[in-house]
Design a protein around this ligand. Structure first.
Ligand code: GTP
Ligand code: MG
Length: 655
């Protein structure tokens, strides 16, 4: 039965080089690069008489969702890391995703040809970000500074690396015996935490044999108890066979994945398949990548509530049709628009993907407008289709401008999205900044008297109102009230005055919507023939507009509560970032959901959100992210306020 491994990790850690090596294990030539930086590369290969699939995920943190999606369909994951302990933090987002997913994971310290640090220090650096114990399974053999081979700590066999070829078995070099013994004891102790037999052997001071220990290692990985760590160099082809053997013996079969997914989804109906990627192409339409979790996935069967279209090879999706995907196999579906880009499929329904795979909040926002105005509808349709498949894109209508507000994970993600819009959907776009949502209010109470009277031809219009317009508490919004006595304004007209008052708050003297104002109708007059709802509404609006003009306006700027999710080592570095943006630090706590991470909370003015992703990434080596929610409005005075008001006036004059 085919098994599937997701290969994830920070950029340049050698994921693609490793997957190429897997292909070459049995002489297959590796396929070319993924079509775009946003796409995973899906590669099928054979190994020891068994079919395998590797999902070579993009490394950029902006496409982390692709790695997360791949975790939903993988039997095991290989997390590639650099041998530099200073870069351990770059693996933190991936360790976080792996632990949230509960998928068996193997760490692969790649680029050992460049390693200068001790392997135990590299592992210690990574351990800061993992709740699972990371178990070193090999120790390197060094000649001078150079790593020339490795010892397997279970079999206690030593291997000398050979350039681009399988390593040669050698006798255990005497100088490494002590280190080997120490590391082996540590490994066995970790494994013994999950195996009574092994614990007994250790207590009785017996040397356990390799065979049973390999069996324990396989079970412990399948049960997701520890994260084993292997070492090598994809670039030089070293340690690859050992890693591939670990996969072959230790990665669970697809039934384990199907059971885990079904339990998470709480479904009784058998899961037939899971989808993990979608791509739109001009003329071809939409292609969806899936993994069969059971037998019986073939064209025209019921899958996900409708008939499945055709299937093509998952690796070279231009190649021939596939008539059946065996359980565990991958394929790409075309003409199956009912399938979600990521989801779990029974025969009759498409269920949502697991909760732990939920997307991150958008990190940068802009408004996308079509270059050609006629493409308005086309743009919104295309954006809706893209966002349905890529959950890390968030599209909404901007309440201020009515335009298409698009939030992505960063500038490369946005560029890829715009290329898809242009190349696939034929919509060229321009990027516009999201205007900050300023508001205004008044600081002084005003009393106004407004009479609306019109005598044109037939029926006239008459309404007379006396109003107080006064500041309301911050955040209390707009309130309309009345204290009219003796029917001076008949009851049935009062709601019209209120509606008119509210109309007037749509735009205040500074040009922004008015909030936190209380309007009270105190008195007035009516006419038995000429008064109407309309007349009172007009009077209410004009009266409140006058009151606002007298009330001394101030600008209000929005403040958001921002939650930064960062490895704890960076929390201190956020303090100056928040101060420079005129924000206020609220505090930080350990993130209960991710080892080694903090949630750092701050209040920041809305105008700071635009550049926040860039600043956050520069102080967290690219790995931090944030989410935010509107918190409150706060007065803005002085030069800044003048600048905003002047810009608003200019914008209105231009329209
Ligand atoms: N020295 C050395 N270089 C390596 C090794 N593995 C990969 N490389 C090189 O590192 C660079 C990046 O390797 P890739 O395989 O493209 O890395 P990746 O993780 O797929 O990168 P992204 O897909 O961009 O995230 C390439 O130039 C590789 O040739 C290795 O073991 N040793
Ligand atoms: Mg790559």
């Amino acid at each position: 039965m085919a098994r599937c491994v997701a290969v994830i990790g920070a950029p340049g850690t050698g994921k693609s080089a490793l997957v190429d090596r897997f292909c070459r294990l049995e002489g297959q030539s590796p396929p070319g690069a993924a079509p775009t930086p946003a796409d995973p590369r899906v590669v099928g290969f054979n190994w020891s008489g068994e079919p395998w699939w590797a999902i070579d995920c993009p490394g950029s943190i902006e496409f982390l969702q692709e790695s997360v999606n791949a975790l939903t369909v993988a039997d095991a994951v290989i997390l590639c890391v650099s041998p530099d302990p200073a870069q351990a933090v770059l693996a933190a987002p991936y360790l976080r995703a792996v632990e949230a997913a509960g998928v068996p994971a193997i760490l692969f310290i790649n680029r050992m040809d460049e390693a200068t640090a001790r392997v135990r220090d590299i592992v210690a650096g990574l351990q800061d970000y993992a709740n699972h114990v990371i178990c070193l399974r090999q120790v390197p053999i060094r000649e001078g500074d150079k790593v020339v081979g490795a010892v397997d700590l279970i079999s206690e066999r030593a291997w000398k690396y050979r350039e681009g070829e399988p390593s040669a078995l050698i006798a255990l070099p005497p100088e490494i015996e002590e280190r080997e013994h120490e590391a082996r004891v540590e490994l066995l102790e970790h494994l013994a935490d999950f195996d009574d037999w092994l614990l007994e052997q250790i207590i009785e001071d017996r040397e356990p044999e390799g065979g049973p220990v390999f069996g324990i290692a396989a079970r412990v990985l399948a049960e997701n108890r520890v994260i084993p760590c292997l070492i090598g160099s994809a670039g030089h082809g070293n340690g690859i066979v050992r890693l591939a053997k670990a996969l072959r013996h230790e990665a669970p079969q697809v039934e384990a994945l199907a059971a885990r997914l079904a339990e998470g989804a709480g479904t009784k109906a058998p899961l037939m398949a899971a989808t993990f990627h979608a791509r739109h192409r001009r003329h071809v339409g939409r292609t969806i990548w899936l993994r069969a979790l059971a037998e019986g996935v073939r064209p025209s069967v019921m899958l996900g509530g409708a008939s499945l279209g055709s299937l093509v090879d998952a690796g070279s999706d231009r190649a021939g049709a596939v008539s059946e995907v065996p359980a565990g196999g991958l394929a790409a579906a075309v003409k199956s628009d009912h399938l979600p880009g990521a989801g779990l499929l029974t025969r009759d329904a498409a269920l949502p993907p697991p909760d732990w795979s939920a997307p991150a909040a958008g990190q940068i926002a802009c408004i996308l407008a079509p270059v050609n105005e006629r493409d308005d509808v086309k743009l919104s349709t295309a954006l809706a289709r893209i966002a349905a498949d890529d959950r890390s894109v968030h599209v909404s209508q901007d309440p201020e401008t009515g335009g298409q507000r698009v939030e992505t994970q960063g500038p490369i993600h946005l560029r890829c999205l715009r290329e898809t819009l242009a190349g696939v959907f034929g919509v060229e776009t321009v990027e516009q900044p999201v205007p900050p949502v300023y508001r205004e209010t008044i600081t002084r109470r005003a009393e106004v008297h407004h009479r609306h009277r019109k005598q044109t031809g037939g029926a006239g219009q008459f309404a007379d109102v006396k109003l107080t317009v006064e500041p309301n508490g911050r955040g209390a919004g707009f309130v309309f009230d009345e204290v009219v006595k003796g029917g001076a304004v008949p009851r049935n007209y009062i709601p019209a005055v209120g509606a008119g008052a509210e109309d007037a708050t749509a735009r205040g003297p500074l040009g922004f919507p008015v909030v936190d104002v209380r309007v009270t109708l105190t008195d007035g007059q009516h006419h038995s023939v000429d008064s109407s709802d309309m007349a009172f509404r007009i009077a209410g609006r004009a009266g409140v507009a006058e009151g606002l003009a007298q009330g001394v306006s101030v600008l209000l700027q929005p403040y958001h509560e921002v939650r930064f999710h960062v490895p704890s080592v960076f929390s201190g570095a956020l303090v100056p970032v928040v101060s420079a943006l005129k924000g206020q630090v609220l505090g930080f706590d350990r993130d209960p959901e991710a080892k080694g991470w903090d949630v750092f909370r701050a209040l920041l003015p809305g105008s700071a959100l635009g550049d926040l992703a860039g600043q956050l990434r520069s102080v967290t080596q690219g790995v931090g992210h944030f989410d935010h929610a509107f918190d409150h409005y706060q007065e803005l005075y002085g030069k800044e306020a003048e600048k905003v008001s002047a810009e608003r006036a200019e914008a209105r004059a231009a329209h």
